[in-house]
Design a protein around this ligand. Sequence first.
Ligand code: SIN
Ligand code: FE
Length: 293
Amino acid sequence: MIETLDITGWHDAIDGATRDRAVHALERGAVLFFPRLRFDLGNDEVRFLDPAVSNGKAKNISLNPATGKLQATSLAGADAAALGAMIECFGASATKLVEELLPYRHVERARTSFRPVEVEGRHYSKTSDDRLLHVDAFPSRPMQKGRRILRFFCNVAPLDYGRRGERHWLVGQDFENFAQAFLPRAKTHTPGKSWLWEKLGVTHGRRSRYDEMMLSLHDAAKLDDAFQKNCPKTALDFPPGSCWLVYTDQVLHAALGGAFALEQTFHLDLAQMVEPARSPFHILERLSGKTLA
Ligand code: SIN
Ligand code: FE
């Protein structure tokens, strides 16, 4: 469920045994936990630990690393640029570490996010409420042939917040058991709709059967109160000054509380995995008996 790695520096060389342990645990659905990997904010950056830096519209402030564009912040001008630089520095550091730690040839660095708003008291519709257990599936970003969603998180609450600064997660049962229970409820594939949504620009690329199935599983899990209440789950509390890395398309997770996190999303083709058969794509093809892309 959780594999602890005692890495302390963002640029540390990592030995072969640790790399093996990391990739096997990750692909089997563990959360890699780095209890002593701190991301230090500069003296001039501590001011960004404030929910008011968000514009209040989106869940997170996000940075597109390809364009440098920052979304959903209330800041402007030099302040926005300084916030962007902090998020970029984290994203670049996380990318270097993931490239050093994992044996994959190419991980694509996607969006970097800053999450400065306390999770606990927010209000969302059920399907967008990440306090409910779910696997990640992005409505507008199809993963088509089962590209993976790998996410690196860092709790940047001040160290002296102690327990008050923890980010509280739940993680659920393994993907295969979950999929077995929910697959019968997955919506049927509608190729015309995927085509139209791509044409209209609702999605970046066309949704495959796999994407539709993953979105169905995401929604069905969040909408099932009995499942949320009764399914086996484990609480994980990530303290300030720690990081964690997880395949969020595979591991059922929920974020119950916590105020300040940075996050970097990565994508990779599943053929790069050491054990591709463990990917949601292959598990769903096997369970459904269908070709999903
Ligand atoms: C999520 O990916 O569901 C949210 C995780 C978090 O913000 O801690
Ligand atoms: Fe999620």
